[in-house]
Design a protein around this ligand. Sequence first.
Ligand code: FO1
Length: 310
Amino acid sequence: MKVVALAGGVGGAKLADGLAHCLSPDELTIIVNSADDFEHFGLHISPDLDTVCYTLAGIANPQSGWGRIEESWVTLTELKRLEAPVWFQLGDRDLATHLERTRRLREGETLSQITAHFCRVWGVAHPILPMSDDPVRTWVLTEEGELPFQEYFVRYGFQPVVRDFQFRGAESAQPAPGVIEALSQADVIIFCPSNPFVSIDPILTITGVRKACLQHKVVAISPIVGGKALKGPAAKMFTELGIPPSPLAVAQHYAGLMNSLVLDTLDAQFELEIQQLGIQTLVTNTFMNSPLDRYNLAQAILMAIESGRL
Ligand code: FO1
């Protein structure tokens, strides 16, 4: 079975890792949001790409889910002494990634070429593609004004109340090499349990991606469980946009695009209402607290797809 997974940050990376333990590199391609990318200290930082790559390489920080395991913070400590802007925490090992990515970009390599090279070095066999090699940047329109995504998310701890989102540059951004090819060959496209507004939607704005989704079976995993986001501000965003956060809200967000939704056992009461929208459902444990949880969830989803339940 050929699977394409669309993924954003930590939740997406965990399911992508589970899928990578069930499917061969020929069977699974992971397309990652690059609209969270930004420049800091003159370095090009690709948080979602790094989170997915580090996770599949087994070198992600298991506590935070982002950044590196066995990280040291010498540079950040010295930067703090120099009164530099240290609101975005860059560890020493992680810094090597950003330094080398930035150097290669300046030499003319593309983000997807650099990602492929890093994956080779880190021993990641499954193809991980940025959604685009062109710059797309998420801006969050809040009650306090418009903010670049990482300022909203990290600097202000996603406290400002959101009104809308913009993916600047998306209109002219081309899909990265391999993105449309992978989507067109997919038996199923999986929307990982990533933030619908700022992780999956930016990928869907890239030319050809939404159209490919409309032509294929799409299975989404709800990132909202028990009215809360598994991680990050997804539930808060739904609430601030006037929508009670639930798997039903996720189903309605992806309406017309998605055939099936996987929801947590804690939310089983929403199953009927979601099915009444013409969406197939799978109710299972979606918490991924261990690598075994990731594998079990991926396996349950793939088995349900193979048996025609999803
Ligand atoms: N998230 C934080 O909440 N605080 C940080 O200081 C932070 C640093 C960071 C450094 C490298 C990296 O790849 C990711 C980092 N993240 C941090 C996570 C990241 O900004 C967000 O999780 C994603 O952009 C949202 O998907």
